[in-house]
Design a protein. Sequence first.
Length: 736
Amino acid sequence: MINKLSLTIILNVLLSFMNPVYASVQDELIKAASDGNIQKVRELVAQGVNINEKGSQKYSALYIAAARRQKEVVTFLLAQGSEVESPTSDYGATPLMAASQNGWEDIVAIMISKGAKVNAKTTKGATPLIQAVLGGNPNVVSLLIKHGADLSSNGHSALILAVQVGNKNMVEVLLSHGVNINPSENDSRSDLFLSHGAGIAVNPGTKPTGISNFSQSPMSPLRAALWAKQEEIALLLIDKGAVIEEGNRAKNDMDSPLLFVALERGMFKAAKALVERGADVNGIKVGYPLMSYFIAYGEGPEGILAAVRFLCGHGADIERRPVRGGSTPLMIAASKGNQQVVELLLSHSANINAQCIGSSDPGATALVFAAKEGHTSIVELLLSKGADITLKRTNGYTSLIDALDFGHREIAKILIANKADVNAETMDHINPLKAALRKKDLQIAQLLVDKGADVNARSMKGYVHGLMDHGDFKTAEFIVKNGLNMNETYEGTTPLYYAAQRGLDAYVELFMSHHANVNIKDQLGRTPLMAASQNGHVTTVKLLLAKGADVNATDSSGLNALVLATQNGHVEVAECLKSKGANTKVYSKQLELISLMKRKGFIPPDAEPETLTPQYLEYIKLTLKELGIEDVWKWNPDPRYATPESTWKHYKQALLDGDFDMAQKCHIPSVAQVDVYKQIGKETTRKIILSMPPLQKISGDSKRATYQLMRAEHGHNISYEVNFTNVFGEWKIEQY
C-alpha cells in the first residue's frame, strides 16, 4: 500500500522527468550573469527564462551580477524588469547589500537609482550600511548615508563593526557623518547579525568574519576597539571624546573598567590616554581593585607584571584590598608565586607585614602565604626585606606551621634557621613539631627538637596515645627518646597504661625502658597491670610483672588485678597472677557473686548462669575450692527473697548482722542506704536507718541520685540531701 510520503516522492520523480531542464536553464542564466556573459544572458532571457527566478544557490541573476560587479548585466536585467530587491531565499539579502558589501560604488549607485531600499534588513538584521562597512569602501558608506541610510538605528552597529574590523578610515567617515561616539543605553547592543547571504557572492556558502565574537555584545565603540586590540582606533575615539567610564553600561562578560580592558589587551598607549582623561587606576573588577585582579587572575607573567608596573607608575594604591576585605596585592603576589611582582611592589614600599582581613585566612601575611604555597625564593626574599616571622593567622597558624603542614620542608628549614618560634601553637592544638610528625618527617622533627621544640608541650598531649592507635611505633619511639614525660596522663591514662590496656607489648617495653612508673594509677586507682589483666593480655601482664608491677595493688573500689581478670573470665591471666602471689582473699563489693558464694554457697538470683562464661565458672569453682568451700556449685536462692513483704524485715536483720552483701541482695532498691551505713558508721545513724522506711529518692536516674537522709548530731535529727553517683555499678557518696 502506497503511503502519502511514498506518493509524494513518486510525483516529484515524475515531475522531474516531465521538465528535466528547467533548473539547469535557470542556473545557466545565473552563471552567465555571474560571469558577465551578456550575450548568453540576452539569449536566455529571449528564450523566456524567468529573470526573477532563483536558482539552486537561492539567489537571483540580478543578485549575483551585482555581487560580481557585472555592470552591463545589472543594467540589462533591470531594464528587463528584474525585481530590484530580489532577496535571497535564505537570509533575505538584497542585491544592494551584495554590492555594498563588496564595495562596488557604481553598482550601488545604479541600484539606488532604481529604487533599492537603503534601509532594508536581512532576517538577521543586517542592512546595506552594515554590509558596506564590512566591505570597507568609505565612498559606498557615504553614498548610502547620502541617500538616507538610517544612522539612528544602524549607525552604532556600523561604527562598532568598523572598529572591530580595524578600519580607522571608515571610523573617521562614520564620525564625520555624525554617528554618536557615545551611544545611549538603548543603543548599547549591537545589531550585527550578519547573514550568509550577505557574503554569498564573494565566497558562496561562507560567513563573513571579523565580528562574530562581538555581534551581540553590549559595548561602546571604545570598548569594542579595546577588546579588538585596535589601539590606534581606541586612541582616535578617546581623542574624539569617547566616555572612559561607562558605569552600568558594561554588563555580563564586558563588566570591566575600560582601563582594565586596555591593560589586559596590552595596549598601554590607550591605557595611558584613559588615565590622562580620568580613568580610575583603583577601579573595581568583580570586587577586586584592578591591581589585585591582575595579580590574581591575569594571563601570563609578563602581561601581569606590565599591568602592575603601569598601575604602580600611575599612582594606584598598592595596599588596596578587595571590596569585602582580604589580601593586599603583595599577599596575592606572594601566594601566587609571582616573584617579579613581589619585588616590584616592595620597590614601591608595599607593607611587607600587612595582615589579611576578613577572609578565609585572617591574620595571614605575605610570608605566611608564600610559606603555605611553597614559594621558597619568595620566602627568602621577604625575610631578607624584614618580614616579621612571628606574625600568624588569627587561628594561630604561623608561616612555619603552614610550611610543615603542607610538606614544604626546605621552607621549614629556612624559617627555623631564621628563628621561627618552634613552640608556637594553633587554636586547634597544632605546633611545628606535631605538624612535622604528622608528615612523618623525623629529620625536620629532630631539627625542631634541637632548636628547643618541647615534646611535652600542650599540643603534644595525647599524641603518643594516637600513635599507638595507628601503629606508628617509629614516631612514638622518636618522641619518647626525646624526653616525653612518661608519667603524665592524657584523659586519665599514662602512655604505659594505655599500651597495657591494649596489649601493645612493644610500646610497653619502650615506655618501661624510659622509666615509666609501672605502678602509677589512673583516675579509678587502677594500674597498668590491672588494665592488662582486665583485658586478658597475658604477655603484657608477664612483662609488667617482670618490671616490678605490684600484683596486689588495689583500686579505689578495693579490686586487684586478680579480681579484674576473674570478673572478665581471663583464666590464664588469673593463674599467672596467682603464681606471682596475688591475694585471692581481696574483699570486693564488685565481686558480689564470689563473696556471696563464699559465705552462703549459692549463686545470687540476679546472676543468670547462662550468661557466665565456662572459663569464669571454672575459675569460680577453683577459687572456692581453694578457700575450702565444699558447696562449690548450687542454684538455691534464699527463701527470704520470695515475697516483697518480707524484704524490709530481712534487710534490717542483715544490717544488724553486719552482712552488708546480703542486705544489698535483700533490698536492692535501697543499695544507697547500705553504702551510707557502711561509710558513715555512726551508731546514731545506724539506729536512724534501722528505724526508718527506705530512703526517699528525691530525683535522679541510674547514674546519679539524690536521697533524703536523717542524721542525729548533737541530739538533733537533721535532714540532709545526699548525692550518690553510680560508677561502674557502684554507688559512691558525692557529698553529704
